[in-house]
Design a protein around this ligand. Structure first.
Ligand SMILES: *Cc1c(COP(=O)(O)O)cnc(C)c1O
Length: 409
């Protein structure tokens, strides 16, 4: 088994070690839940004080022009584009991931008006399934799931669009974007990707993989803060024909003409609907600065290092205590999270959180750990596994307080 000293040596040699200082982490906190809510960037609070006191407090409505509020959806979209393999003008920030999926699915159905079916990968995050079901009922088409391991079996000439999360939220499995897209295109269908668990933690290659649309959230690996607005990607070949079903004034070609007729903006701006949540959007813009100068290949390499270490330690220390691995062993198809199953998973996670080590729980029996290479250290992985061993050996988890389910798990 690797020693704590060996982990310290890995941290000392880590090319990303200095990036940890760009974050505010409470003393002693071991945070393994950046896949649900990222850590606060150090420059965000001062920037928000300036936004609130100067831009809002003093600049008032003038700040829409003078402080660049109006162009922020496009500006921040362009910053995210670099992280997801898109061109700067193919990404815009708007609304939530759920609402954006609604918008791109509707757009896809209207680009394939003769087709009667939308498909979502089975086991995908529930909101993706719910939204597709809702869109299908609204449009009078069929909604079904498909097995992302064998997409060719499910796609046919009635399929308008397929939706897949590149990294599954429960297992952490990576699916091959280019392969799924090729299978969809071979049948004339459009491919939509949810990047909520991949953007910011690995290289995403939307244009290389020929993806049609993508959406994703910014409060996980992009550290935008609770409820930060999401983003939409559309390949430039669709910009002229795609329609946003929520035709609000921010998507109008000329919003400040106040015309009574809707005419869509050119490019990604047409995917906007109403006034963006500007405080959150500006917090996100500042938060994204932690990626300045950061090489995503180095992020991915450390992500593999951290998850490999966790799995190796867990095999030795936790498997004998009743845990089983629920994520791929093969790093090539594993994102930056590792899930373990245990029948007392909920109480065990609560006991761990009480010791200052935070992961999360996903029903029915998954304890899930997200390893964010920008701020998680190898020693954190070591300390987490040893704390879990102690919690099991002392049965510290076995109390009513730890068994009581909270509203957010
Ligand atoms: C987190 C997540 C979402 C979140 O959707 P919201 O609209 O922001 O609540 C959607 N899809 C996936 C795959 C996610 O992991």
């Amino acid at each position: 088994m690797r020693s704590r000293e060996a982990c310290e040596a890995l941290d000392a040699a880590d090319p990303l070690a200095a990036v940890r200082d760009r974050f505010v982490l409470p003393d002693g906190e071991i945070y393994l839940d950046g896949n649900s809510l990222g850590v606060l960037g150090r420059s965000v609070a001062p920037r928000m004080a300036q936004v609130i006191e100067e831009e809002w407090g003093k600049g008032l409505i003038r700040s829409w022009n003078e402080a660049g509020w109006y162009s922020a959806t496009r500006r921040v979209g362009a910053t995210i584009a670099r992280l997801i393999g898109a061109a700067a003008d193919e990404v815009i920030v708007a609304d939530s991931t759920s609402v954006n999926l609604f918008k791109v699915l509707m757009a896809a159905l209207r680009l394939r008006p003769d087709r009667r079916k939308v498909l979502v990968a089975e086991g995908d995050f529930p909101t993706d399934l719910y939204i597709a079901d809702g869109v299908a009922r609204l449009m009078g088409v069929t909604f079904a799931t498909f097995d992302p391991q064998m997409p060719e079996d499910a796609f046919d000439d009635q399929t308008a669009a397929v939706v897949l999360t590149e990294v599954n939220y429960k297992s952490g499995r990576i699916y091959d974007m280019a392969q799924i897209t090729a299978a969809a295109h071979a049948r004339g269908a459009l491919a939509i990707f949810d990047l909520s668990h991949s953007a910011g933690v690995m290289e995403v290659a939307l244009n290389k993989g020929q993806a049609d649309f993508a959406i994703g959230c910014t409060y996980k690996y992009l550290n935008g803060g609770p409820g930060a607005p999401a983003y939409i990607f559309a390949a430039s070949r669709h910009h002229a024909a795609m329609e946003n079903p929520i035709t609000g004034w921010f998507g109008h070609a000329d919003p400040f003409r106040f015309s009574g007729d809707f005419a869509p903006a050119t490019g990604m701006a047409r995917m906007l609907s109403g006034t963006p949540p500007t405080l959150s959007l500006l917090a996100l813009e500042e938060a994204l600065k932690v990626f300045d100068g950061v090489d995503l290949a180095a992020v991915r390499a450390k992500s593999i290092g951290l998850t490999d270490l966790f799995i190796r330690l867990s095999d030795e220390v936790l498997t004998p205590l009743g845990f089983a691995l629920a994520s791929p062993r093969d790093a090539a198809v594993r994102g930056s999270q590792v899930s373990l199953t245990h029948e007392h998973g909920y109480a065990i996670m609560q006991a761990l959180i009480a010791r200052g080590i935070t992961g999360d729980f996903r029903a029915p029996d998954i304890v899930r750990f997200g390893f964010v290479p920008l701020y998680v250290r190898y020693v954190d992985v070591f300390d987490c596994v040893m704390a879990m061993r102690d919690i099991m050996q002392t049965r510290a988890w076995d109390t009513d307080a730890f068994r009581t389910r909270k509203a957010v798990t």
